[in-house]
Design a protein around this ligand. Structure first.
Ligand SMILES: [Zn+2]
Length: 452
């Protein structure tokens, strides 16, 4: 009998045994990116943590639906579009595509559903109407506001009282608000701005209503787990919950999601990442310098709830660890085994990936000391596949060429060499090296190995 799966719930602040609302269908939502720029490593952390969470859930439960949205209407996007003199969708389509490509390189599976805000405006309007009908909001001058005083439990997620709300609230200068904690559900658009017809005039939704409406439309309320970064707990997640409570007429804060899972932020060499310091790490740049699998490994080396300090030393250590794993597979080719029990137990305990990796290191030592027993090597393979670092089918490292592809190129190179076409042969060698594969020519035979 396996241990139960435990998760820390930011709502209530305790680690609890996960009990799905419907064990036949587990439902998960994570706040996705606002697409107007390249994703930074903090965005990637949320995506990798959610991906790992979903992998664990799929291993336990027969059906899991994972939804993560794309915010493709937002003032930041509008401003960027205006600066560049292009349409909003020119920006959002480009960066949504790049986001998915970058995350795929990190071994992150596409969500089952990836709703776009602009395609769910009607759901948002309907949710705002429900909130107004339940006396949770008010209309003023083409704006619709959420009335935080209508929900006595408001602030319970982040632990703020109504009086403390002025701290950390995004500056929204408006003469229409009745309480400084009230937030926008709908706002009017100027003629030149993107907008949709609504009962309150032409306008666009506030940011928070997007997630409540899209998770409601995709999963139903309440659902099991809401995931997201700590920087979004207040006001975004707090407001998502408040809207859902009010729209469903249920005053309890778990009327939205039973568990609020929150991952910590990422620092760069001990410093907070910020535009002003210029130390923001973009996934798009990092994957040019490092094998993406090493980036994923480094993201998993810190427990998801802790702040993660991204350092060049940490990258080097992650690379060495992964190289040691690959060295074992080059000596003893694995078959798919079962996940190492200690690794699995660590994941069941609030997704403790750093402990899982400690157990992987112990397994590596055991394999070397005990003469590469196939059962242990197979366990190691199954475990690294489960952590999203390798492919289950053919020993491929995530985002690197697969052994089959490499063998085909080696055969092509051999033909080129035989016909003395050394330029082609050398090109194949160089391009594989750039992709993390080294060709070794010894005693008239060419072999290869991954070199990260
Ligand atoms: Zn959200």
């Amino acid at each position: 009998m396996s241990d139960p799966f435990k998760l820390f719930n930011t709502l209530g602040r305790d680690k609890q045994v996960f009990e799905p609302i419907d064990p036949g269908h587990v439902r998960v939502y994570a706040c996705g990116p606002t697409v107007y720029d390249y994703a930074h490593i903090g965005n990637a952390r949320m995506a990798v943590v959610s991906d790992q969470l979903v992998r664990v859930l799929r291993h336990i439960y027969p059906k899991v639906t994972y939804v993560s949205n794309i915010t493709d209407v937002d003032d930041k996007i509008l401003n960027r579009a205006e600066e560049l003199g292009v349409e909003m969708k020119d920006i959002t389509q480009k960066y949504a595509r790049i986001y998915n490509q970058d995350m795929a390189r990190l071994g992150v599976g596409l969500p089952d559903l990836q709703p776009k805000a602009t395609e769910h405006i009607q759901s948002m309007i309907e949710m705002i109407q429900r909130i107004l009908a339940n006396k949770g909001g008010y209309v003023d001058g083409g704006h619709v506001y959420f009335d935080v005083r209508s929900l006595p439990a408001y602030g319970g997620l982040s632990g703020r009282t109504l009086d403390e709300l002025n701290e950390g609230v995004r500056i929204e200068v408006s003469e229409h608000k009745r309480h400084f904690g009230d937030f926008v559900l709908w706002k009017p658009s100027q003629d030149h701005e993107v907008g949709w017809q609504s009962p309150w005039g032409r306008g666009r939704p506030g940011w928070h209503i997007e997630c409540s409406a899209m998770s409601f439309a995709s999963l139903g309320l309440p659902f099991d787990i809401h995931a997201g970064g700590v920087d979004l707990v207040f006001p975004h997640h707090e407001n998502e919950i408040a809207q859902a409570c009010c729209a469903t007429g249920n005053q309890s804060l778990d009327a939205y999601a039973k568990i609020l899972g929150t991952n910590g932020f990422v620092m760069h060499e001990g410093q907070k990442m910020s535009k002003s310091i210029g130390n923001i790490l973009l996934v798009h740049d990092l994957v040019k310098e490092h094998a993406p699998v090493v980036l994923r490994l480094l993201l998993l080396k810190t427990h998801y709830r802790q702040p993660l300090n991204w350092t060049s030393q940490g990258l080097e250590n992650a690379k060495l660890l992964f190289q040691r794993i690959l060295d074992i597979f080059s000596i003893q080719q694995p078959q798919m085994g079962t996940i190492n029990q200690d690794v699995w137990a660590a994941l069941l305990d609030d997704l403790n990936t750093p402990l899982a990796l400690v157990h992987i290191e112990a397994l590596i030592r055991k394999i070397r000391e005990n003469g590469y027993l196939s059962e242990d090597v197979n366990q190691l393979y199954a475990s690294v596949v489960f952590l999203g670092l390798m492919d289950a089918d053919h020993l491929a490292v995530v985002d690197l060429p697969s052994p089959g592809e490499i063998e085909a190129l080696l055969a092509k190179r051999e033909l080129a060499r035989k016909s003395k076409n050394f330029k082609v042969a050398d090109h194949i060698r160089q391009s594989l090296l750039k992709q993390g594969v080294e060709i070794l020519d010894t005693a008239g035979k060419s072999t290869w190995k991954y070199r990260l």
